[in-house]
Design a protein around this ligand. Sequence first.
Ligand SMILES: Cc1cc2nc3c(=O)[nH]c(=O)nc-3n(C[C@H](O)[C@H](O)[C@H](O)COP(=O)(O)O)c2cc1C
Length: 270
Amino acid sequence: MSNDSTKKTIIVALGVCLVCSVLVASATVALRGRQLQNKKLDKIKNILQAGNLLDEQKKNDTDYIMDLYNKQVRPAIIDLKSGDIIPESEYTDKLNPEKFDIKAMSDSPEYGERIAGDLDIASIKKMPRVMAIYMVLNNEQIEQFILPVYGYGLWSTMYGFLALNRDLTTIGGITFYEHGETPGLGGEIDNPLWKALWQGKKAFDENNTVKITVIKGKVDTLEPGAEYQVDGLSGATLTTRGVDYLVKFWLGENGYGAFLAKQREVLKNE
Ligand SMILES: Cc1cc2nc3c(=O)[nH]c(=O)nc-3n(C[C@H](O)[C@H](O)[C@H](O)COP(=O)(O)O)c2cc1C
């Protein structure tokens, strides 16, 4: 067969394609474990950052991160409807804080459910009936609750954590570990300066009604109600509106409402 023949050209091209696809597939399989590990570590880092626990100088030190997490954070799974903490004896392969996957649980017939359109202010359509949450302990006393939150922005579903201090009203911090908003615009939800604006804000009023709001523009700190307001991101009103809605949804009665009400009673009696 001549080197210029069409048949030989096609055979060589197919051979190159085959070798390349085998190489890409092998690399994908070989790196899958590492990718999952990195994703898990990033989530843990975000939990610690939401709770303002992480020393930013050491944020790339895996041993430090895991040590801090294991010492100070206790995960739990809660039933969102009843607000009860599910006993560890009921954990299964899926119902397990270490393996908890919000997307898989929302899709699962056993643990997920559809949200009625008029209630779905976070535009998530489905949610799990149970949720893995994280409690920050100090001398065995709960200092913070770190709650997973998610909702739609402009382009994507934004997944993050909101920390509530022991009073169950003051916000300890917020982080997002997964989103597809535009860098420099909606992507500024990752900006540490913006995230810092949440710390110390009040999520609820004295009647435990959700009050926290991301406003358009800057908060006038001299105006009454400033403690319930966070600056919007300029040029990214649609993303920040999404953050506003998702926080309201998850802190409200269809999100963590029942759990927070139960914890208020527990902490009041302590
Ligand atoms: C390419 C492109 C990407 C954009 N990405 C975002 C985004 O991620 N989040 C967002 O809220 N607005 C984004 N916008 C801007 C919105 O269309 C809209 O103008 C903006 O949210 C309004 O915010 P403002 O009222 O603060 O100006 C984008 C616009 C363009 C053209």
